[in-house]
Design a binder for this molecule. Structure first.
Ligand SMILES: [Zn+2]
Length: 263
């Protein structure tokens, strides 16, 4: 498991009896501090991988109380989000998503958690390559190991290119997502989900990588995709639960080794 930065540990901001060594795990958060740290860490990981767009894009996790969602507040760029920039919204109040300081599209997250009990984290960003694919009539091609993560396909929300600001629009995005890991928002960006912050981050970063390979391959020649009947065989071999802690820890180590203090 990745450790928190020494400063963070010294300040004792994370009191986690179940993880007394101060590790920042990517499993469902055990307490509010851990939920805030996970959101902030994922925002910075996404920024480090090219997902930043002004102060836009947001990450959320379902809290230790499953009625709570911890989500990046508005105002900061992904790369500068800290735990204090995370806002709590309630799922059991009809207007729970309308909390001061939240992004207008927070409702996309709350409707996702309402519809998908299996989702523990959600990410909405505007990455270049996935956004470009969502602006075409093309689909994701299975050209690489990255694409294998999406063996169930990728949804397409095409009702509007505008912001998702109402529960109705949020539900329509979730309908387009279905039971999949990601949905492209036409002319806008993408929404990726996972059972916890590790899997959601993996989906967001890997979708962008998969489309990037597709863009490069399209310039090089005719596609030779992975055969369709191999997708469901290869995907669970490539993407296994025991690998996820390793990936999450590697992302967090990179953050902690940054020259600037983490938060
Ligand atoms: Zn957006």
């Amino acid at each position: 498991m990745a450790r928190l930065s020494p400063d963070r540990e010294k300040r004792g901001a994370v009191k986690n009896p179940e993880r007394p060594d101060g590790t920042l795990a990517g499993l469902p958060p055990k307490n509010p501090d851990e939920a805030r740290l996970q959101v902030a860490a994922a925002c910075r990981i996404l920024a480090a991988h090219g997902h930043e767009d002004l102060t836009l894009g947001h990450v959320s996790v379902r809290g230790p109380d499953p009625r709570d969602v911890y989500i990046k507040g508005k105002g900061k760029a992904l790369g500068e989000v800290g735990p204090d920039d995370v806002v709590v919204v309630r799922l059991d109040e009809p207007d729970g998503y309308r909390v001061a300081g939240t992004h207008l599209e927070t409702v996309m997250h709350t409707e996702t958690y309402r519809a998908r009990a299996d989702v523990g984290a959600a990410i909405h960003t505007h990455p270049f390559f996935a956004t470009a694919l969502g602006a075409t009539a093309s689909s994701l091609e299975y050209l690489s190991h990255d694409a294998l993560l999406f063996n169930d396909g990728v949804g397409l929300y095409d009702a509007t290119a505008g912001l998702i600001t109402t529960p109705e629009e949020g539900r329509a995005v979730v309908d387009a997502l279905g039971q999949r890991r990601a949905v492209l928002l036409q002319n806008h960006g993408m929404l990726a989900v996972g059972r916890d912050i590790r899997w959601a981050t993996l989906a967001a970063l890997t979708l962008e990588r998969a489309v990037r390979v597709q863009v490069l391959a399209s310039a090089l020649g005719k596609f030779t995709p992975i055969p369709e009947d191999e997708l469901d065989v290869l995907s669970p071999v490539k993407y296994q639960e025991p690998f996820l802690d390793e990936y999450w820890s590697a992302w967090v180590r990179r953050l902690e080794s940054a020259p600037e203090p983490l938060w």
